[in-house]
Design a binder for this molecule. Structure first.
Ligand code: CAO
Length: 523
């Protein structure tokens, strides 16, 4: 044991004092810097074992002349923590640990009295939580009470397993070394922890139980289990809660404690974290109200499919992260339709989509910015030199977007065959993850279904998407007459961080011209 200080000159070595029954404990915080002027009892470092943390105060005043430990060092009693240039000669002694265990009495031979252990330099510490009840079966190391001073809180575990037969403390009691906490009917008496049966000496807190064979045990002491610091005094919590909060990066002062004196309990921390997660990682988006629709009539609850949930999450991210612009156009597809009908008469079935795919590739070659992704920094555009198209497909389980690769190398009929095969796979739920990766641009076609227009959501990390609606014959003015014309409605949505409105307009005009004169596609 040490008195904590050597002062032969004006320089004092501040050693780690006796802080209880522990071996080597890690330095997790250094609270002072060289040159700092300290008062007696100012905290200098924080130590932490796997179960506890504790601020170590300086026993004397002075100016810090050196710091002798680093964060991560494992230190033990007697190690020099800092040196102080002293302004005074007086020293404050750290109490010795000669009295490690006090003895109290209990009733039967198997009853173990658990007393307050050596908790370091603490006296008269308040009981703020009683963590066990009479009748509880406890295991060794289970915490039984929490003590709290103005600077630290500590969970005291039982050193023996067994059934609690009596609790001898109340909330608010001030306890010191050796005070009886509770009595355990032991199921595993560890002779190294429990003294041999000795003659009874009843403590002031014992009940009137007959004094017979006694196995007195001090609960294990300080850093071996649990002392936690209350750095600013604004939030109270046990060491395990503090440790958990530190590990997951929660500022405990933000957590509303529901325990005694506003103490943060395990459930409070979990509720806080849950609330952060469900509110979208702390984003300030207002929540929509929860409504009980059955108030208004009969309802039925359908669970979303796995695909619904996955695509929902992705679409939300796209919608929230990308500043969208959507612009519309109508294409004269008379020529395409004539060609399509010709092919149909020959038994070759082509839907408008394959023409649109080929036309889009041509437009992407002319406007490489549309076949691109922003890099992670958001400061560079990665232009893709390959031409893979995502095609949105409707399946019984929800929307999927398989990718048709190297579209520029495939003929209209090859594309039609691949589309048919891919949509069959999609409907049967047989697409593999690789089938849905690698697109540079996406087309969503609702042309087979209907509608005049819609605004597709850009499929991040792509920067643009084309929405196709159902073609209609419309009277188009040719300068002299209204001519019946088959028109195809297109909607181009793009990421405005990457594509300016003028660029979007040029892409759409180009696409319109390619689609209305399909000779280039047919080459
Ligand atoms: N205008 C008019 N008719 C069209 C058309 C258009 N723009 N597009 C297709 N059609 C016609 C086709 O020619 C076909 O008619 P015929 O058999 O008489 O030739 C019919 O509509 C059905 O076509 P299809 O939908 O089976 O084929 P497709 O090549 O156009 O599309 C596929 C294939 C897999 C993309 C489509 O079936 C599909 O799943 N579409 C839904 C996509 C989707 O859900 N998008 C929304 C995503 S955002 O929620």
């Amino acid at each position: 044991m040490s008195d904590g200080i050597y002062t032969m000159s004006t320089i004092k070595n501040i050693e780690l004092p006796d802080i209880g029954d522990f071996d080597e404990v890690e330095v997790i915080e250094i609270l002072v810097s060289v040159g700092d002027k300290l008062e007696t009892d100012d905290s200098i470092i924080t130590l932490e074992s796997d179960k506890a943390s504790m601020e170590i105060p300086t026993p004397s005043a002075g100016v810090v002349s050196s710091i002798n430990v680093n964060i991560g060092d494992k230190i033990k009693q007697g190690d020099v923590v800092v040196t102080l240039e002293s302004e005074e000669n007086s020293e404050k002694k750290i109490p010795s640990d000669t009295e490690k265990t006090s003895v109290s009495t209990q009733t039967a031979s198997s009853i173990i009295a658990v007393n307050v252990p050596d908790i370091g330099d603490f006296d008269e510490v308040e009981v703020i939580e009683i963590l066990a009840s009479v009748g509880d079966e406890v295991s060794e190391e289970d915490s039984i009470i929490t003590l709290e001073s103005d600077k630290a809180s500590m969970e005291i575990p039982t050193p023996v397993a067994g059934k609690i037969v009596e609790i001898s403390v109340n909330l608010g009691d001030k306890l010191s070394l050796g005070d009886l906490i509770l009595s355990v009917e032991s199921t595993s008496v560890n002779s190294s922890k429990a003294a041999a049966e000795v003659a009874p000496t009843k403590t002031s807190q014992s009940t009137s139980a007959p004094a017979q064979a006694v196995q007195p045990v001090a609960a294990k002491s300080v850093l071996d289990q649990s002392v936690s610091t209350l750095p600013t005094g604004e939030s109270h919590a046990s060491p395990s809660i503090r440790k958990m909060a530190r590990e997951i990066g929660v500022d405990l002062s933000r957590v509303t404690g529901t325990g005694q004196k506003g103490r943060v309990l395990d459930k409070d921390l979990k509720a806080y974290v849950k609330q952060i997660i469900t509110s979208g990682g702390g984003s300030s988006l207002p929540k929509t109200p929860v409504i009980d629709f059955s108030k208004f009539g009969e309802t039925e609850t359908l669970a979303l499919s796995r695909i619904n949930k996955l695509s929902g999450k992705h679409l939300t991210a796209c919608w929230l992260n990308i500043p969208h612009v959507t612009q519309f156009d109508e294409v004269n597809i008379d020529q395409m339709e004539a060609f399509r009908q010709e092919q149909k008469a020959k038994g070759v079935k082509l839907t408008p989509l394959v023409f649109i795919m080929k036309a889009v590739i041509q437009a992407l070659k002319n406007h490489p910015r549309f076949n691109a992704s922003l890099d992670e920094s958001g400061e560079n555009l990665i232009i893709k030199k390959y031409f893979n198209l995502g095609i949105a497909m409707d399946t019984p389980n929800g929307l999927v977007v398989p990718v048709i690769k190297n579209v520029e190398r495939k003929s209209l009929t090859e594309l039609a065959t691949e589309l048919a095969e891919t949509s069959a796979k999609a409907r049967d739920g047989k697409l593999k993850p690789g089938d849905m990766q690698g697109a540079g641009f996406t087309i969503s076609s609702l042309g087979g279904i209907g509608g005049t227009q819609f605004t597709p959501i850009v499929n991040s990390p792509e920067v643009a998407i084309l929405g196709v609606s159902k073609s209609q014959t419309k009277p188009i003015w040719d300068g002299k007459n209204f001519v019946p014309t088959l028109t195809l409605p297109l909607a181009l949505s793009y990421d405005h961080r990457v594509i300016d409105g003028a660029q979007g307009g040029r892409f759409m005009a180009d696409l319109n011209s390619i689609l209305s004169d399909i000779r280039e596609i047919l080459l």
